[in-house]
Each structure stands twice: as C-alpha cells, then as structure tokens.
Ligand binder design. Structure first.
Ligand code: NAD
Ligand code: UDX
Length: 480
C-alpha cells in the first residue's frame, strides 16, 4: 500500500487529502500538524474549517484510509510521498518584509523530513512558494546524504475556498512539475498515478519545476487582476451613470474574455491573492524587473483604493461623519461559504469606520466573535499566520459588537454595509430592517447582492458598487 503523509492540516492539506483518500482507497493518507487543537478538531464532529461537502468526505474516509495525527515524525518516516502544505505567509520582518514569502514553516518541515527519513521519498510542494524554492529545498534535504534519494515535485493547489470539494473532485487541471532527469520523471509518474484515479489524463499537466511554481503565482495574479480591472471600472461607472453589472455582462460575453471573475466588489480578500501578488512583485524586483513589478503592484493598489473608496462613500453619504453612529456590518468572511477571514475586506472597512468613531454591529453566519475581535485587533500581515502559532492575545475592540442575527445587527442602526455575498442576505426582510433603523436609513452594498430599486421603494438610501447612484448620493458627488 502506498503511504502518503501531508504536513499541514489547514484549508488546503485537510480537504485535498480527504479527496485523495476518497478516490484512492488503496492509499493510506495521514495528515499531520504541529497544532494539537487542529488535529483534535479534524478527529471530531466539529471540523476546524467550514467547507461545503467536506464533512461527508471526511466521515466516509476517516479511520478507513484517512488519518489525522500530531505524530509528525512517525508518519513522515513511514511515507512514500510527502506533501508539504504548510502556510507560506508574507514576511513581516527582515529582508523583503511586506512582500516576500515567509518560508520559515516550509524550511522547518524540510529539515525535519531530512532528519527523520530512512528511505527514498517523493517530496511534493503543495504550498504556494516562490519560483526556485525547490532548488533550496533540495539543498536542505540532501545536506546530510544518507544514501537516500529525495525527488522534489511542485504540485500547486488551485482550489478556491467555499467550493474546495467540487474544485478537487473536478479540477480544471492538476499541475505537476518535476526535474527532467529519469528520477524526476519517475516521481512525476508516481504522483500522476495518484491523481489518475479520478482526474482525466488530459487535465493532468506535466511541466518543469520552475514553470509549475511560477504558474501558481501567475494564475492568482491573473484572477486578482480581473477583479481589480472590474473594480476600477466600477468607479468610472459611478461617475458616469453606467452600470458595472451591465458593462461586465457585455464584456464577459466575449468568448475571449469569459464571464467569470467579473463581479465588482468592495475588494478581493482571502489568504492568497494579495500574498501571492506581493510574492510575485518581490521576485520581479529581485530579478531587476522593476516595470513588471510595478505592473502587478497596481492590482493591489486598486484593491486598496476600492476598500478606501467604499469607506469614504459611507462616511461622505452620512453627512461626512459616522462618529457616534451605529453601522451594521453584514458579512465578515472574505467570501461566502467559508468562515475564513484572512485578508477579508471587512477588516479594512471596519477599521476605516472605527477610525471615524462609528459603533459597529457585525453579523456573519460562519465567523465567531472571538475571530472578529482578534482580526480587528491585529496588525496587517499578522492575519495570515495561523492563530495557534501566534502568541498574541488581543483585547477586544470596543465599539464592536457581534450578533448572531442580521436583524439584531441592524436594529437601531443608521446604516447597513453588506461586505460578504452570503445567499441569506438576498432573502432578508428589508422592510423589517428599515422599520427598525434610524432615518434616513442607508444601505451600502459592497457585493451587489440586493436589488437597489426595490430597496429604494422601501425608503432606503442605497449605494451599490458601480451602479447608478441614488439622487442623494449623486448630489453629494457633484458637491464634492
Ligand atoms: P493554513 O494556515 O490553513 O494551514 C497550514 C497548517 O500548517 C497549519 O495548521 C500549521 O499549524 C501547519 N504547520 C506549519 N508548520 C508546520 C510544521 N513544521 N509541521 C507541521 N505542521 C505545520 O494554510 P492553508 O490555507 O492551508 O495554506 C497552505 C498553503 O497552500 C499556503 O502556501 C497557501 O498559499 C497555499 N494555498 C492556499 C489555498 C487556500 O485557499 N487557502 C489555496 C491554494 C493554495
Ligand atoms: C483563490 C483562487 O481562486 C484559487 O484558485 C487559489 O487556489 C486560491 O486563491 P480563494 O481566495 O479561496 O481562491 O477565493 P476566490 O473565489 O478566488 O475569491 C477571492 C476573493 O475575490 C474573494 O474575496 C471574492 O469575494 C473576491 N471576488 C471573486 C470578487 O470580488 N469578484 C469576483 O468576481 C470573484
């Protein structure tokens, strides 16, 4: 029986290995992590991450050929194939701080693999890493050659949170990069055989190591660039009376462009886009490609602009101040169908409103009060480091309340901001919300989930990203 060990039981390691175990009953898969809490949760009925469909897959395989353990060294020692799926956040200090990927966790995993291994192994980069990382990893693994052969592969993960199980079951592609030596190609074939249990052969792409490492960063940069493009256009739509949903629809009908990832929003979030683009920017700069670095930097600048623009719109609409006013925030996760808040635009928007002395009442169906308070107390880039690896114990942010109900959040509020596109926000009784708010009642839709006309009929002053402005807001725009 082939044995797989995955180091890192996070948003990628957990679901990815669960699907491999589901589709390959003849392979034993053990997911290991240094976090006892995380492993305990994976072994309980309350999985550490929320992901539609994940519970069923784990229930079917756990104890059969899928295991979760903190005994990292034992399972690394026993494995034939080791996936490394640890976090690779943005560096917060030292050379490249604020841009380069922090490979501390990866490096410590590599030293440990080198130390405990007693047989040949295939080591797979599952984490997103800078191009050429495999070269450094090879040096670590081979530093103390005991006659063991390590083959390094790059097999970046393309799943998106909220749809991870579907993405894993039916991937657009699986990418495997390896050395062009006979050993390298043998390792590529061994990993290909794992995926071939359920992924059609024409969807398994083989490339060299550096292309695979770089393709992951570039894919995320392209996706994020589309969102920044449509968000930039949303500002122009508001200035001209065009409607960004109509513009995006027409543009996306061109088969060369396609309809996906053209939803204007308050800004993109998540643990990947910003981190990976900063990483790409740093690599370009390190290679003396300042113009290329500046090109990609602009994607992040527009994202920051969009979040600021949203906050400014809220404050300027509400008579230029939200001081002492209650603002309800609906949605805190970085997108629907996940409880993940890493880099969520809600953090920047809430901090912006708190900066103008607002009182905030937050409701999100999947994010706990603890998490929200922690996020609002943290510094930039600390968000992306797993909670259990941090020593800080932030005090809760005053002026922030967290509720378990959208109506309670909006009760007595002067304004409502929708920051995550949860389906349930489309179904809310907005008449009820309006009746219990201060007047004039404002609603700022950062995800274009509500019908602005219907809400205007109720009496709301409505702002929807990139859509024609309420006369109230138009007058303010003209005056400013
Ligand atoms: P995560 O923070 O959820 O999980 C990483 C886990 O690794 C943590 O539980 C941590 O305790 C563990 N870990 C760290 N060092 C360890 C060590 N030395 N030994 C054992 N365990 C260790 O991160 P994630 O979201 O799963 O992301 C992992 C990687 O995958 C990152 O490089 C990320 O960029 C990439 N990625 C993430 C996504 C996503 O949607 N989250 C998608 C594609 C790729
Ligand atoms: C992303 C990539 O999609 C995935 O392939 C990669 O493996 C990890 O990074 P993820 O961050 O989980 O996945 O979610 P994604 O669906 O890409 O959304 C990222 C952010 O962009 C979210 O905040 C989302 O709300 C926002 N978004 C997405 C928009 O604002 N508009 C869109 O049209 C699409």
């Amino acid at each position: 029986m082939v044995k797989i060990c995955c180091i890192g039981a996070g948003y990628v390691g957990g679901p990815t290995m669960a699907v491999i175990a589901l589709k390959c009953p003849s392979i034993e898969v053990v997911v290991v992590d240094i976090s006892v809490n995380r492993i305990n949760s994976w072994n309980s009925d309350q999985l550490p991450i929320y992901e539609p469909g994940l519970d069923d897959v784990v229930k079917e395989c756990r104890g059969r050929n899928l295991f979760f353990s903190t005994d990292v060294e034992k399972h690394v020692y026993e494995a034939d194939i080791i996936f490394v799926s640890v976090n690779t956040p943005t560096k917060t200090r030292g050379l490249g701080a604020g841009k380069a990927a922090d490979l501390t966790y990866w490096e410590s995993a590599a030293w440990m693999i080198a130390d405990v291994s007693k047989s040949d192994k295939i080591v797979v980069e599952k984490s997103t890493v800078p191009v050429k990382t495999a070269e450094a990893i090879e040096k670590i693994l081979n530093h103390n050659s005991k006659g063991i052969h390590f083959s390094i592969l790059s097999n970046p993960e393309f799943l998106a949170e909220g749809t991870a199980i579907q993405d894993l079951l039916k991937p657009d592609r699986v990418l495997i990069g390896g050395r062009e030596t006979p050993e390298g190609q043998k390792a590529v074939q061994a990993l290909k055989e794992v995926y071939a249990h359920w992924v059609p052969e024409d969807r398994i792409i083989i490339s060299n190591l550096w292309s695979a490492e770089l393709a992951k960063l570039v894919a995320n940069a392209f996706l994020a660039q589309r969102i920044s493009s449509v968000n930039a256009v949303s500002a122009l739509c508001e200035a001209t009376g065009a409607d960004v949903t109509e513009v995006a629809y027409s543009v996306g009908k061109d088969s060369r462009i396609g309809p996906k990832f053209l939803n204007a929003s308050v800004g993109f979030g998540g643990s990947c886009f910003q981190k990976d683009i900063l990483n790409l920017v740093y690599i370009c700069e390190s290679n003396g490609l300042a113009e290329v670095a500046n090109y990609w930097k602009q994607v992040i600048k527009i994202n920051d602009y969009q979040k600021n623009r949203f906050v400014n719109r809220v404050v300027s609409s509400m008579f230029n101040t939200v001081s002492g006013k209650k603002i309800a925030v609906l949605g805190f996760a970085f997108k629907k169908d996940t409880g993940d808040t890493r880099e969520t635009p809600a953090i920047d928007v809430c901090k912006g409103l708190l900066g103008d002395n607002a009182t905030i009442s937050i409701y999100d169906p999947r994010v706990t009060e603890d998490q929200i308070q922690r996020d609002l107390a943290m510094n930039k880039f600390d968000w992306d480091h797993p909670i259990h690896l941090q020593s800080l114990s932030p005090t809760s942010v005053k002026k922030v309340r967290v509720t378990w109900d959208a109506y309670e959040a909006a009760n007595g509020a002067h304004g409502v901001c929708i920051l995550t596109e949860w389906d349930e926000f489309k179904q809310l009784d907005y008449q009820r919300i309006y009746d219990n708010m201060q007047k004039p009642a404002f609603i700022f839709d950062g995800r274009n989930v509500i019908d602005p006309e219907k809400l205007r009929e109720i009496g709301f002053i409505v702002y929807s990203i990139g859509r024609p402005l309420n006369p109230w807001l138009k007058n303010l725009s003209a005056a400013s």
